[in-house]
Write a protein that binds this ligand. Structure first.
Ligand SMILES: Cc1cc2nc3c(=O)[nH]c(=O)nc-3n(C[C@H](O)[C@H](O)[C@H](O)COP(=O)(O)OP(=O)(O)OC[C@H]3O[C@@H](n4cnc5c(N)ncnc54)[C@H](O)[C@@H]3O)c2cc1C
Length: 277
């Protein structure tokens, strides 16, 4: 890793972006700083601190819940707005992922900026339909699902917006880990809208495959228009292992991960029907 020569305290978004533009690949924005301490691009010699840019907030807006990029997992978990959103799944898991010491430091901007394949927050936000608000001289927004496919180099992640139309849906996360503080061998997140006892729309996301977070619209479509019944989810559990691209690494074999994909859908059924399988 390269040596850091300058730690720059930006006073606002405009100031941070101007500094980053001046230095190009020699600069990196700081969220909680955890990943930047562990590993960073060898070219980076200046860190741009965003803590004085007013980005630590969770607020309800007319279009949804906006989460500033400097907000830590601990503060996400304590937000009453997030505890109400999509059954509170994001708030619940933000208070359980990793260890409480690091949850006090990990920021939502840093999580998205790094987006490890096994990360739990990014796939859950993708399932919740999150948009990312960027600043690169002007503000613009895009779906987080699109942003993680094509990151915008140099742009500051200002915030994340959880759209209000998803507030009443059911958010769900299942992460398979060996211990509570372990990283996921397989991650599954979903958001399901229902109309009475029928599924009206669904987002299904797998991560830690060991590949990155990926949406599976073809699986989601198999749920739409179907009853919330054992038959519906049993069919999906049979089909999903053939659709989700999994592989082997040091943590698990491809075959083992296929079993986990099946298990993830069984847990989704339990969550949606309240019946233990
Ligand atoms: C021991 C340990 C266990 C963990 N376990 C898990 C786990 O099980 N599940 C899980 O989901 N996470 C886990 N994490 C958290 C995960 O590693 C985070 O992705 C990481 O900590 C990033 O958060 P940060 O705020 O520290 O990022 P930083 O190190 O500050 O930044 C990471 C990257 O994002 C960029 N960046 C930061 N903020 C912005 C911004 N506003 N705009 C643009 N770019 C930005 C930085 O330049 C850098 O490239 C764990 C972390 C640790 C240390």
């Amino acid at each position: 890793m390269g040596r850091i020569h300058e730690y720059y305290h930006a006073t606002c978004l405009e100031d941070a972006f101007a500094k980053a533009r001046e230095l190009g690949s020699a600069a990196a924005y700081v969220g909680g700083g955890i990943e930047l301490v562990l590993r960073r691009n060898a070219e980076v010699t200046t860190l741009i601190d965003l803590s004085q840019c007013g980005l630590d907030y969770v607020k309800a807006t007319p279009t949804g819940i906006e989460i500033g990029s400097q907000t830590t997992l601990t503060n996400l978990s304590r937000s009453s707005d997030l505890q109400q959103f999509a059954g509170g799944s994001l708030a619940y898991w933000a208070g359980r992922i990793a260890h409480n010491n690091v949850r006090d430091m990990i920021t939502i901007g840093g999580v998205i900026g790094r987006n490890q394949p096994w990360n739990d927050v990014v796939p859950h936000l993708v399932a919740l339909g999150a948009q990312v608000l960027l600043y690169d001289g002007a503000e613009r927004s895009m779906l987080l699902a699109d942003y993680i496919e094509a990151k915008q180099a140099g742009a500051i992640i200002k915030s994340v917006l959880l759209p209000s139309e998803n507030a009443g849906a059911s958010g769900f996360m299942w992460r398979f880990t060996r211990t509570e503080q372990d990283i996921s061998t397989l991650h599954f997140s979903s958001l399901i809208h229902t109309d009475g006892e029928t599924v009206s729309s669904a987002n299904l996301v797998f991560a830690g495959r060991p590949g990155h977070a990926a949406l599976y619209p073809q699986l989601s479509q198999e749920l739409v228009g179907k009853a919330l019944s054992h038959t519906t989810f049993a069919k999906l559990a049979e089909r999903a292992p053939a659709v989700v691209e999994v592989g082997s690494d040091l943590r698990a074999t491809e075959e083992y991960r296929r079993e986990l994909v099946h298990a993830a859908i069984v847990y989704l059924e339990e969550h949606m029907t309240g019946v233990t399988q």
